[in-house]
Design a protein around this ligand. Structure first.
Ligand code: HEM
Length: 440
């Protein structure tokens, strides 16, 4: 008898769990939106994450089977995949007020939830506005000096390897270059991974990016009520969690150092966050550059905690490092593979930049062919292909599709970038295609 009631209770809970899960998996069926059949435990996440096939291939397969708009389940969460450009424009731009948030981070992995990537609603807007001046033309121009110095290290290394007849692993070389540039420009840290790859911050950042999608985060998505337990396990036992703690510790040290030298002339992303935290408008006289940063009317209204400062410094480091490295490496690869494009680029460089001068930020605007090469490289090999996601803040009815509140929307860049209806001969690397495409 003592055991009877607990067993009945347990059975009822299990039954309720099964019924609820089955109900969630009928979301797209009720809306008559096609898509792959979900597995009771994993939704479609197993196929997407653990089948050993790249996510974009799975999306391609699904698009071929189900068309331009289809739905799948990330755990139990319904995700609507949209590849129709008009609808994408509607969701991301025209109806931004109905789709302003990214999906809630499924695993409360600190510090992600405090970053621009994890923040939602008004807090995202406030911090986004605070950070915007960090990317003004003026700022980017001032960053060009450290960028040039770091690039010179890569060129010297490449020359040394060429002289010695040795091959150079450009994927790693661009990873180090990009890491050192972000460290210098965003955090004013002397990134030195190009010379010393054992640099602990570099190693920790790499580990996080390689191991971020692990079994703990997978199960946290699949079983949301247990997410906190998996988040704990991730933090303490997964290498990505441990490397996050290491990165946070380093960034905390950088922040403390900054506070001890408040009159620093360094103006980088971290400094903008520090000023935001001070909750007052500063009128520095050191340079016009500094005052430009402080004239934003929001700076004196934002109350940033140390955790938020560190979290956003972290996201700039990790969001900027791998993406830029990937884009640079693939562009170099394509230039090597297509010598006629390389030759044409050299001609452009010779025309616009005399040999005696070093390339400056302003001159980049004149390098139209280079711009087209980078666009085409990122079309073929987008560094981020499945991160553009939004959550419907309310029910939205479009002529072709009804989107209930809470549905996640995903824009799969890889398949859009290789859609032959948008890009004739999509597999072909052709920087000149942007001459003929009306929208460019
Ligand atoms: C080739 C390089 C890069 C690519 C391809 C790239 C791609 C992207 C994409 C696709 C998004 C999502 C946009 C959306 O949801 O609408 C994003 C957001 C973001 N990226 Fe990058 N990114 C690159 C470089 C960088 C760099 C250098 C940094 C930092 C210094 C950075 C920091 C961020 C941040 C903080 C967000 C969130 C922005 C927000 O919520 O407003 N990214 N990036």
């Amino acid at each position: 008898m003592f055991l009877f009631l607990p067993i009945v209770f347990l059975l009822l809970c299990t039954l309720q769990w099964i019924v609820d899960r089955k109900r969630r998996f009928r979301h797209f069926e009720k809306l008559r939106i096609p898509g792959p059949k979900p597995n009771f435990f994993f939704g479609n996440l197993w196929e997407l994450r653990r089948s050993g096939v790249a996510e974009f291939y799975i999306f391609e397969r699904w698009k071929r089977s189900y068309g331009d708009i289809f739905g799948y389940y990330s755990g139990t969460r319904p995700v609507l995949v949209v590849t129709n450009l008009d609808l994408i424009r509607q969701i991301l731009i025209k109806d931004f007020n109905k789709f302003h948030d990214r999906p809630k981070v499924p695993v409360n992995v600190e510090p992600v939830s405090k970053t621009l990537v994890g923040l939602r609603g008004q807090r995202w807007t406030t911090i986004r506005r605070l950070l915007a001046p960090a990317f003004s033309n003026h700022k980017l121009q001032s960053m060009s000096v450290p960028v040039k110095d770091k690039v010179q290290i890569l060129l010297d290394t490449a020359e040394e390897h060429a002289t010695n007849g040795e091959s150079l692993d450009f994927a790693t070389a661009t990873e180090c270059l990009s890491f050192d540039v972000i460290c210098e420009c965003a955090l004013a840290l002397p990134g030195n991974s190009q010379k010393d790859q054992t640099d602990p911050l570099f190693q920790a950042s790499r580990t996080f990016l390689e191991q971020g999608k692990n079994m703990f985060t997978f199960f946290a998505i699949v079983f949301p009520p247990l997410a906190n337990i998996f988040a704990f396990l991730n933090r303490h036992f997964a290498s990505s969690g441990l490397s996050t703690c290491q990165i946070i510790k380093s960034l905390r040290g950088v922040l403390e150092e900054r506070r001890q030298q408040p009159r620093t002339r360094r103006v980088d992303v971290l400094q903008v966050l520090v000023w935001g935290a001070e909750k007052r408008r500063r009128t520095l006289t050191e340079s016009s550059t500094d005052s430009e940063w402080c004239n934003d009317d929001n700076t004196d209204k934002v109350d940033l905690s140390d955790d938020e400062i560190i979290a956003n410094a972290w996201v700039f480091l990790l969001g900027g490092f791998d993406t830029t490295a990937h884009a640079t490496a693939f562009t170099i690869y394509l230039l090597a593979k297509y010598p006629h494009v390389q030759e044409k680029l050299l001609q452009e460089l010779k025309e616009h930049i005399p040999l005696s001068t070093r390339v400056g930020y302003q001159q980049l605007r004149d390098l139209q062919y280079l711009t087209r090469i980078i666009r085409e490289s990122m079309r073929l090999y987008p560094p981020v292909e499945s991160f553009v996601m939004r959550e419907a803040a309310c029910d939205v009815n479009y002529p072709d599709v009804k989107i209930p509140q809470g549905t996640l929307i995903q824009v799969p860049l890889w398949i859009i970038h290789r859609n032959p209806e948008i890009w004739p001969q999509p597999e072909h690397f052709d920087p000149d295609r942007y001459f003929t495409l009306a929208s460019f």
